[in-house]
Ligand binder design. Structure first.
Ligand code: ADP
Ligand code: G3P
Length: 528
């Protein structure tokens, strides 16, 4: 009997050694402001295949910015198919992808008729300022001053609520749908999950707290919708369908992919892109921060398990709310215009052929020769919140060249980051020792050196810069046990980082910053 048991044991061991354990992977959808991507990560947190598609930016009027919601879904589906094809060419099987995570541009607002599943308007993008007048009126309403203490976000054109209210006031089809009780509202995470699950048929209608915290409808402490907020905005939830708020990691709530080559694979993680970048940069402990230089630029600092309301012009947001863990919060400094100012030099002023050429142009000069560019195309966000500012160039002389303007453009994001970092120190009580960076614009060494000189602490850039996508993969992977705990990420993406060290004196830093602050004060009131 004992011999038989031994034989059985030997056979089992032999079978395990003969059939190699198939390597598993996690997929990540990164739906940004200018492009969609799909990446496939291995257990070491390395991307092994990816595809990216840029989609149309629609600017119908000055200050307006829209996306086609169907084009967004289409671009995501194409990215999945193309990345998986690349992955399979490497000899892997699509079936080895255990789960998919989603990360997305936040605040961007989609409305659709829940009976048809059809969008009723283009998505209004987070940068859009059309609701400026509406926001001014809301600010006069009794109780306006109390909103941020509930939801963490200041009343402005930035959160989704201003976009939704504008649509309800100005687009008859949206108003009609609301009156009939059929209006569905969603940020891009909700829209994508809904469509990727096949839309109306399955009607998976959810959002995670890091996205819901950008609407102005969610109470930060309870992570559920606040009656006080909805009442303030006079929204009737018997007519307006709001997505159910579920954890950022959930094994069931996000459903599974109804189309693409990954049909049937479950979606188990979801994070707003800035929260995802904090996760991808391993910002798991209070006091850790990252700055992401994408279309806009967003500095997030982990502040732990309790939300702190800013008194210095920052936002409070949900960092992540993982499966079987307590939620973590972050203080955030949001800059509306960062990489988009480089696109402006490229597409509108035709100074450069591609974003990558901006450093070269800026390096044709030693400094900005007194030129300061307040790139307030959408007003100025944190920490200033000046909604009637517009892009303003100061200090032009007959000496000024394209190079000076390019340099001043790069500097604008760095100055605003310095202002945010100062505010962050006051609000959080943490003294940041170094700044982790990512996002498209961090590819510019000149920008990162300028940033470092202006804040006076080292700037650390990882070699793998797809940290946003990694964050969503982490949310999805933790949920299905692909990764077991946050400790597993200690060594992920820690090789080959670049460190920028300060090269200017505190005196020079302060002089340059004072000139920026003067420019900020002088650009007030232009769009009033
Ligand atoms: N080498 C570079 N130098 C400066 N800016 C760059 C560079 N490469 C990309 N960018 C800027 O980065 C932005 C895209 O970054 P990305 O992180 O992909 O943004 P998003 O997620 O918002 O779409 C673009 O606005 C582009 O102008
Ligand atoms: O597209 P990004 O990376 O600039 O991020 C957009 C933000 O989520 C807007 O709040």
């Amino acid at each position: 009997m004992e011999r038989l048991e031994n034989l059985k044991q030997q056979l089992t061991e032999a079978a395990t050694t003969m059939v190699p354990q198939q390597e598993a992977f996690i997929g990540s959808i990164d739906q940004g402001t200018t492009s969609s991507r799909f990446l496939i990560f291995n257990k070491a947190g390395e991307p092994v295949a990816s595809h990216q598609i840029e989609f149309k930016q629609i600017y119908p009027q000055p200050g307006w910015h829209e996306h086609d919601p169907l084009e967004i879904v289409d671009s995501v589906e194409k990215c999945i198919d193309k990345a998986v094809a690349q992955f399979e060419e490497q000899g892997h099987s699509g079936k080895s992808i255990k789960a998919v995570g989603i990360t997305n541009q936040r605040e961007t607002t989609v409305v659709w008729d829940h009976t048809t599943g059809e969008p009723l308007h283009n998505a209004i993008v987070w940068t859009d300022t059309r609701a400026q007048g509406l926001v001014r009126k809301l600010k006069q309403r009794l109780g306006a001053g109390d909103l941020q203490s509930i939801c963490g976000v200041p009343l402005s054109t930035y959160p989704s609520v201003s976009k939704l209210l504008w649509l309800m006031e100005n687009v008859p089809a949206v108003k009609e749908c609301y009156d009939k009780g059929n209006l569905a509202f969603g940020t891009i995470d909700t829209w994508l999950v809904y469509k990727l699950n096949g839309g109306r048929k399955r009607n998976i209608f959810v959002s995670d707290p890091s996205n819901a915290s950008r609407t102005m409808f969610m109470d930060l402490k309870t992570l559920s919708y606040s009656d006080a907020l909805l009442d303030f905005f006079r929204l009737d939830t018997s007519k307006l369908k709001l997505p159910q708020i579920v954890q950022s990691g959930d094994p069931k709530a996000y459903g599974n992919l109804a189309s693409t080559v990954l049909q049937g694979i479950q979606i188990t993680g979801c994070l707003g892109d800035q929260s995802a970048a904090l996760v991808g940069q391993k910002g798991f402990h209070p006091g850790l921060a990252k700055n992401t230089y994408g279309t806009g630029c967003f500095l997030l600092m982990n502040i732990g398990e309790k939300p702190v309301v800013s008194t210095h012009g920052l936002l409070t947001t949900v960092a992540y709310d993982f499966h079987n863990m307590k939620p973590s919060y972050a203080l955030e400094g949001s800059i509306a215009v960062a990489g988009s100012s480089i696109k402006f030099l490229q597409n509108n002023l035709e100074f450069i052929e591609s974003s990558a050429k901006v450093s070269q142009l800026a390096e044709t000069v030693e400094d900005s020769a007194g030129v300061t560019f307040v790139t307030a195309f959408s007003g100025l966000f944190a920490p200033y919140w000046i909604d009637d500012a517009r892009g303003t160039l100061f200090g032009l002389t007959a000496y000024t060249t394209k190079g000076h303007i390019a340099r001043a453009t790069l500097e604008a994001t760095c100055f605003q980051t310095k202002a945010i970092l100062d505010a962050m120190g006051k609000d959080s009580g943490y003294d940041l020792k170094e700044l982790a960076v990512d996002g498209g614009m961090c590819n510019s060494d000149l920008t990162m050196q300028t940033q470092c000189d202006l804040i006076g602490i080292p700037v650390i850039r990882p070699s793998m810069r797809e940290t946003t996508a990694l964050g969503a993969a982490i949310a999805a992977g933790l949920t299905v046990g692909f990764w077991k705990s946050l400790d597993e990420f200690k060594d992920v993406n820690s090789q080959g980082t670049s460190t920028f060290k300060p090269t200017v004196s505190a005196e020079e830093r302060n002089t340059r910053f004072a000139r920026w602050e003067k420019a900020v004060q002088m650009c007030r009131g232009w769009a009033s």
